[in-house]
Design a protein around this ligand. Structure first.
Ligand code: NAP
Length: 336
């Protein structure tokens, strides 16, 4: 079966996912496109999917009998309504992060999916599909004994002036929030944020760097450094300390040079290059599940838990070092 896919939102990531489904992946075709700006949808059609229909609205695209499954790649604030419409139409839906911009919105999606009784939603937490994180998970699960501590870092060379303190959680650390929970098979119970000396490259509305301290239900302590003006490169670090040993996320593959009296390995500078291969794997997974009328991978529940955790982290950012508890509702059996 070829899954007929409609893409809502043909901006940066929506265009790239359209290209990957049209040109790289197997088992699906792009039959429909929609964007707030019709020119963007027409351009994606001309570049990657000449046979696709451009719909004036995402709602019409979801309702079309030509569309089997939906990709929601529009601006974050629009995700919830489109995902709810896809669930109501009984169509598998891949939603870029965030699932919704509030925990209440994500809960509405979980409730709708549970009421429908089957998994239809995959959230775009692509790190779970990264080869390095998958290798790390296998070693954590099988070799280093019970995890005790995690030291992680998310560093960007720089960010635009419009990037302010809460975005360090909602836009940056959201990926650590999901992937560490998945790596440890655990849930968070509290968050605390502490601020080192601020970088001179920061500004009045951005505390940078910051350290987020999380505690899990199993008692693991996690520190995540978020440093979005680190200057030297885009650098993702993750080290898990277990009872029997320690495991580190592999560095991206790069050629080491012995040149000009230096031993050097390049570091990436653009986040888009870091997890590029994982987007292919995550969407192939979506296509294979959608062909069976369902979804796999990161679920609505994971998107909901990430939203609750993000809210607690943002509260902790403003709480002058106070520890903010995180409590989750009972996990529905659909997500066991
Ligand atoms: P973008 O370039 O701004 O693209 C968003 C597109 O959606 C724009 O063309 C926008 O049109 C359109 N849009 C806005 N409202 C819409 C609506 N109601 N219906 C249909 N289209 C609408 O943003 P992006 O960087 O691609 O990001 C899109 C989403 O993907 C965000 O939620 C972002 O967090 C997520 N993302 C995830 C990753 C990841 O690593 N997983 C990476 C990048 C982005 P206008 O420009 O005319 O408003």
């Amino acid at each position: 079966m070829t899954v007929r896919i409609g893409v809502i939102g043909t901006g940066m990531i929506g265009r790239d996912h359209t290209r990957r489904i049209a040109q790289v992946l197997a088992g699906a075709e792009i039959v429909a496109l929609s964007d707030y700006s019709p020119e963007a949808a027409e351009k994606a059609k001309a570049d990657f999917a000449p046979g696709a229909t451009v719909f004036a609205t995402g709602e019409e695209l979801i309702a079309s009998s030509e569309v089997d499954a939906v990709l929601v790649c529009s601006t974050g604030s629009t995700h919830e309504a489109y995902v709810l419409a896809a669930i109501a139409a009984g169509k598998p839906c891949f939603c870029e992060k965030p699932l919704a911009t509030t925990a209440e919105g994500a809960k509405r999606i979980v409730d709708a999916e549970v009421a429908d009784g089957r998994r239809l939603v995959q959230v775009g937490f692509m790190r779970r599909y990264d080869a390095g994180y998958r290798m790390l998970k296998r070693v954590v699960d099988e070799e280093i004994g019970t995890p005790l501590m995690v030291h992680a870092a998310h560093r960007n060379p720089s960010v635009p002036e419009s990037y302010v303190t809460p975005m360090a959680i909602h836009d940056t650390m959201i990926h650590e929030i999901d992937v560490l929970r998945w790596l440890l098979d655990d849930d968070y119970v509290s968050a605390q944020v502490v601020y080192p000396k601020a970088s001179k490259h920061s500004h009045a509305k951005l505390a940078d760097p910051q350290i987020v301290l999380l505690e899990t239900a199993k008692g693991v302590r996690i520190d995540v450094e978020i440093f979005v003006n680190c200057r030297y490169g885009y650098d993702i670090q993750c080290e898990i300390v277990g009872e029997e040993g320690l495991a580190r996320l592999p560095e991206p593959m790069a050629v080491t040079r012995r040149l000009d009296a230096k031993l050097a390995t390049p570091i990436l500078t653009d986040w888009k290059d870091r997890f590029v291969a994982s987007y292919d794997v995550e969407l192939q997974d979506f296509i294979e599940a959608a062909a069976k009328g369902t979804a796999s991978g990161p679920s609505s529940w994971d998107g909901y838990v990430a939203a609750i955790t993000s809210d607690a982290c943002v509260e902790a950012q403003e709480a002058e070092g106070r520890i903010v508890p995180i409590s989750l509702p009972q996990r529905p059996s659909l997500y066991a």
